[in-house]
Ligand binder design. Sequence first.
Ligand SMILES: [Fe+2]
Ligand SMILES: [Fe+2]
Length: 145
Amino acid sequence: MDIEPIPWSSSLSVGMNSLDSDHQHLLKLINAVLASFAAAKEVNTRDLTDQFDALLAFWPVHFRREEEILEATSYPELISHKKVHRFMEARLAQFRVTFLNLPPTPGNLATLHSRLEDWVLLHIQGVDKRYQPHLPSSPSPGQSS
Ligand SMILES: [Fe+2]
Ligand SMILES: [Fe+2]
């Protein structure tokens, strides 16, 4: 089955290089899960388990890093942001169980693709972007101010 990887675009930038590279890495891991599901011939393959595990391992690492930065800058919406992160961690663990046990059909692949895409993009664009004006500005590479 063919799958379009979810692309990174500069519109997803939150204005801090370390967090942007985390988000890029998250997209890479999500795309690896999708590619593995697309290539699977049966349920519960070793490779899909590994790709889901890699995503599940990095997901909280990124959330903690983001929370530490927001805590250090006394971000006023930190408590609600943390709640969303905890919810997303629980949901991703559920996705892992659900999709490891679903046959790798085009319909299931499309569902997995749209859930993960909506979810990560809506979080970055809707929730993460809200802290951008609050962060100290980090010059992008090549900028000389
Ligand atoms: Fe976040
Ligand atoms: Fe984030």
